[in-house]
Design a protein around this ligand. Structure first.
Ligand code: BES
Ligand code: MN
Ligand code: MN
Length: 454
């Protein structure tokens, strides 16, 4: 490993410049006008994988954005790691809130600012660089590795399931490794063993067939926006409990041991409150903030559309309204059952005086990964060597639906070893990656592959 570590150490500046080049490509998967950029980004990544000596590098076309696949299988008898990541990013809007342009990466202080810096291009690139170091110094890797890096994670991995079905043989491995989560805190590396699932719904309500004078007609027909907000207002009760019938039926309660483990992590509700700029924290009664984020389900309006929102006033009775609602799920809630229960509930709450349409967008299953797996031990050792500090075990509130898919379709457990920070602003303006963690991540990844190999 000395050779590998010294190779990394002598390449810090180049490793940074290359990551910047990767981040300059606006691989925004949801925007059709970035289609060519997403394609170019896949190509850029694939070319680099060829350059470092990976084998069978492919940019696989899908019905959407390409999947980048590569492998190196020259270590017979050693385990095979399936690394998963994504090279697509969230949209950068609103642009005006960025201090420097989102696709013009800039270093300020310890951080590299750019869309995708943490989520997930920076975390993908650090693995590529760790593999490069092994290959450059030894001409080989200490394990067999398959890389699956997709371009549609931020749009619910639309074509990934089909790819996994079609390539189940090719993707055979011993364990999945993902770096797309966060660290518990600055200077506190972590292994994540649980993620929430997701159901994303849209409600459309139509009242009168056209906008009406709110004086000439108001009071005689249902106002779709009144109805919509009335429905939404009933989703959560005074105790912070979600009122959808059957919603909690499959929720596995937190064990006392797990509650103690969460409570043993350093966490100040007061600092958390201050950091978020709220007068008081809120949520389901009887649970701490960590419990609420990591192990309890939610129902949140993500956006509302309708009526007059311009300057000044306009007396209008709008003809329609729309809401986007997401629910984060915890084990063993089933996304399809929850979507069903949501739709039934919304329809039941709506009066006959409006037309209602309920649309289902992406879904993803919640999951817990084993903490006793040998690969988890390898990850813990690697982190200790890369960071000089033992990891803590955490759960997180975000979703990576493919983790459940890997388990179901390939029988594989996943190790989540991520390097984001609580203030990295993923999905928000001024996303950043702490460069100390970028480099430590490279050493940690290099150690991980070597640990797994032995
Ligand atoms: N990297 C995140 C997932 C994540 C976020 C894990 C926070 C842990 C903490 C991923 O890129 C993401 O944004 N996932 C989406 C899933 C959705 C698009 C299906 C999410 O969680 O909203
Ligand atoms: Mn991500
Ligand atoms: Mn994301």
């Amino acid at each position: 490993m000395d050779q590998v570590l010294s190779y990394i150490a002598s390449n810090h500046p180049r490793y940074l410049e290359e990551l910047k080049d990767f981040l300059r490509i606006p691989s925004v998967s949801t925007h059709p006008h970035h289609r060519d950029d997403v394609q170019r980004c896949a190509r850029f990544l694939a070319d680099e994988l060829v350059r470092i000596g990976m084998q069978r590098v492919e940019c696989v076309p899908t019905g959407g954005h390409p999947i980048v696949y590569a492998e190196w299988l020259g270590a017979p008898g050693k385990p095979t790691v399936l690394f998963y990541g994504h090279y697509d990013v969230q949209p950068a809007e609103p642009f005006e809130l960025w201090e420097t342009p989102p696709f013009d990466p800039a270093v300020r202080g310890e951080n590299l600012f750019a869309r995708g810096a943490t989520d997930d291009k920076g975390q993908v690139w650090l693995h590529v660089k760790a593999l490069e170091a092994h290959l450059a110094r030894h001409g080989r890797l200490p394990v067999n590795i398959k890389l699956l890096i997709e371009g549609e994670e931020e749009v619910s991995s639309r074509h990934l399931d089909a790819y996994i079905d079609d390539h189940a043989e090719d993707l055979k491995a011993d364990v999945v490794l993902i770096s797309d989560t966060g660290m518990y805190d600055y200077e506190q590396p972590s292994i994540c063993y649980g993620l929430r699932g997701l159901v994303y719904m849209e409600i459309r309500i139509e009242g009168p067939c056209k906008d009406l004078h709110s004086g000439g007609f108001g009071g005689s027909v249902s106002n779709p926006l009144n109805v919509l907000s009335g429905i939404i207002a009933q989703f959560i009760d005074d105790d912070g409990r979600i009122t959808i019938p059957g919603f909690y039926d499959d929720v596995v309660p937190l064990t006392d041991a797990e509650r103690r483990a969460f409570a043993s992590l350093p966490f100040s509700e007061e600092d958390y409150r201050n950091r978020l700029g709220v007068g008081a924290l809120a949520g389901e009664k009887g649970y701490s903030s960590l419990e609420r984020i990591w192990a309890r389900p939610t129902c949140d309006v993500n956006g509302l559309l309708g009526g007059f929102t311009g300057e000044g006033s306009k007396t209008v009775l709008p003809s329609k309204g729309m809401a986007k609602v997401s629910m984060r799920l915890v084990p063993d809630q089933n996304p399809d059952r929850i979507a069903e229960a949501f739709e039934t509930y919304v329809r039941q709450l709506a009066p006959a005086s409006v037309n209602i349409e309920v649309i289902r967008h992406g879904t993803g299953k919640p999951m817990l990964t084993p903490t006793e797996h040998p690969a988890v031990r390898a990850a813990a050792t690697a982190i200790e060597k890369g960071f000089g500090k033992k990891p803590v075990f955490i759960r997180e509130g975000g979703s990576i639906p493919v983790v459940a898919t890997f388990k179901e379709k390939l029988g594989l457990s996943t190790v989540l070893m991520g390097y984001g920070l609580p203030d990295c602003d993923a999905h928000a303006p001024n996303e950043k990656f702490n460069l100390k963690n970028y480099y430590r991540g490279i050493y940690t990844a290099a150690w991980f592959y070597s640990e797994i190999g032995s």
